[in-house]
Design a protein around this ligand. Sequence first.
Ligand code: SF4
Length: 187
Amino acid sequence: TKAVIPIESLDSISTKSFPLCMRQLHEQLRIAHHLKHGGRLQYGLFLKGIGVTLEDSLRFWREEFIKIMDLDKFEKQYAYNVRYNYGKEGSKRNYSPFSCLKIINTNVGPGDCHGCPFRHCDTGVLKNKLIGYGFSHQVVSEMVELSKKTHFQIACSKYFDAIHNADVGLGINHPNQFFEESQKILK
Ligand code: SF4
């Protein structure tokens, strides 16, 4: 059985084991106390996939959102979607977390933080973000160049190696696979 990931560990785990797409959504949620629909869906399903329980997910989103809105508004407009992601509302389907292909091919509009940063981020923004995380200029250039050549998942593999200070060369096709492989290394 899969380990349960407590939401108290997400700040730390997001820097150690999340792919960049999810780290970015986590950071944005902490900064803005809100994510637009596409971000809530992409990040919410990822969290379910890594082993965050429904109860914890509700608490996680609630604690952020009520910093900028009434509890009542959260319960009426947003709690439904959290339960929906867990198959507890609407058609009660067990929705799967999105694959890289789905995320890379998604539509990202202005103000959206979802998608794949290697595909959707402006090059300058991507570069600054990665340098801000403390990676060497050489490693950052490699990731940016791969992104420019549309080798998004290979850039992501470089990112995996960079955060683990290793040379794994993992073929990445799913954010949850990224997370699981990372957890194996860290154990
Ligand atoms: Fe996320 Fe996949 Fe893009 Fe990596 S390649 S950042 S896991 S969507």
